[in-house]
Design a protein around this ligand. Structure first.
Ligand SMILES: [Zn+2]
Length: 145
């Protein structure tokens, strides 16, 4: 199973095997920087996210979050566990709304955490607020490729 990861340094899109990435930190084929992928979840920038959702051949699930947001931090382990379960079917990304306010403006994020599912560059759906893993898995099942 592969996932696509945008390099945070040169913004090249890398195809990364998830099983290998679990033991070895993947590096960018373009600039050799470490790719921002942790436990099957990647950190994206505003421009990186735009590129990822345009390019991805799978649905992209994005968690818009911030460091100061308690519910976001509480939801993080659920997001990671779900990425482990469904990696290869969805691309899991997190966007820090404090670091990249232009992305939260572009996607009209009014509260966090907000989860958005993108497919072929368009938003399919969004959910505001955290949810338990079983509910999150059920929710995502509707948007499977
Ligand atoms: Zn790179």
């Amino acid at each position: 199973m592969n996932t696509l990861v945008v390099c945070s340094h040169c913004e090249k899109i890398n195809r990364v095997p998830l099983d290998k990435a679990a033991s070895v930190q993947p590096i960018c084929a373009g600039c050799k920087s470490k790719l921002p992928l942790h436990d099957g979840v990647q950190d994206v920038s505003d421009t990186g996210l735009a590129k990822l959702i345009r390019t991805a051949d799978q649905p992209v699930v994005v968690d818009f979050w911030a460091e100061w947001c308690g519910p976001c931090k509480a939801f993080a382990p659920t997001f990671t566990a779900t990425a482990k379960a469904l990696g290869g079917q969805f691309i899991f990304a997190k966007l820090n709304t404090e670091q990249f306010p232009s992305a939260s403006q572009a996607h009209q994020i009014r509260s966090i955490p907000t989860l958005i599912v993108f497919k072929n560059g368009v938003e399919l759906d969004r959910q505001s607020g955290a949810m338990p893993q079983a509910m999150f898995m059920q929710y995502l099942a509707r948007w499977k490729a």
